[in-house]
Write a protein that binds this ligand. Sequence first.
Ligand SMILES: C[S@@+](CC[C@H](N)C(=O)[O-])C[C@H]1O[C@@H](n2cnc3c(N)ncnc32)[C@H](O)[C@@H]1O
Length: 355
Amino acid sequence: MSPKPALRINTTTLWEYPSQHYASASGVTEQGDRDYVGATPSWILWQLLQRYTRPKDLVVDPMCGSGTTIDVARDLGRRALGYDLNPQRSDIFRADARHLPLEPEVADFVFVDPPYSTHVDYSDDPACIGKLSAGGDDNGRAYFDAMERVIAEIDRVLRPDRCMALYVSDSYQKGSGALGRCPRGRLMPIGFELFMRLRRPFVPVDVVTVVRHNRKLEQGNFHKAAEEENFFLRGFNYLFIMRKPPGDRRSQAPRDRVEARGERRGKHGTDRPRDRQGAGKTVRPTSERRKGGKSSTPASREDSGSGQRSGVPRKGPPAATRSDEDRALREFRRRGRNPRRAPKPGKGTPPKKGT
Ligand SMILES: C[S@@+](CC[C@H](N)C(=O)[O-])C[C@H]1O[C@@H](n2cnc3c(N)ncnc32)[C@H](O)[C@@H]1O
């Protein structure tokens, strides 16, 4: 067996993994289980955890399968929690990714490699998302609704200003025959659909394409059919890397965020800088400042909670961006001064149905 290539951080958005597993410094040559159908290449996890986590960070995988994420996280000195409906080992907890038994905002990084439609029969569990077609009679609605709930759960457990990554492929259902030169099959653009849903709670950090190396692609008859029937085999997976914006957007009133920006509403409804030097600077939201930047959850108590560990400042985006705060300000204006008050009907809002 030829030695595995040395690990190096990838610097472009086109990734080609040299082998499904890497050889760790401790001599381990397999992470997860190579025989688990649909196992994630451990090399991808290595790249992500090197860039977006630090030692002792808590890494969570809500669809952990054979445990690749856990193995890579531990190899790199990170803490890890893995869940799956069909756990393959005793250190993976049985749970539905839509209801994780975890407190809010405890994870420093979340990775998820979900089922891509119905290609693999993972288990008999009716809650398995791999039983839902992304291109079924319902146009994939049940699949995307389920994935939307997984994304919402990831948002709930991820700490603000931390990253998550979702690894997924589009899918193509072959049809019979062709209409002229136009194939009858059906493309399920799962990547674009999930990216749209990820963008609601998260801010995109980057989009990586990972060259696929699955066994189908090595078989000549698949290539022959693709040519004769005029369709494409899936040659890449998407790796969407997203960041959760800072601050607790559910509990934090927009007013706090306006204050955090160093601006306040003027007498005539205009916003002006409280202090010119502060304008445009990034500041932590008031609620976070009040708490001293610490979360009250047990897992985060182990960490500094300040975004810094071992005196090393966390790299990456600033604490709050102009666009986040501008959005908060617009929302504040839309709702009026009291953020809890719904906008009055007739004042720029459509009337309720049936009234
Ligand atoms: C692509 S595999 C993940 C592979 C894994 N990253 C690895 O390296 O072994 C998708 C996993 O999602 C799990 N799954 C499907 N629906 C689920 C759900 N509702 N909650 C939790 N896990 C689910 C399946 O059991 C399967 O293990």
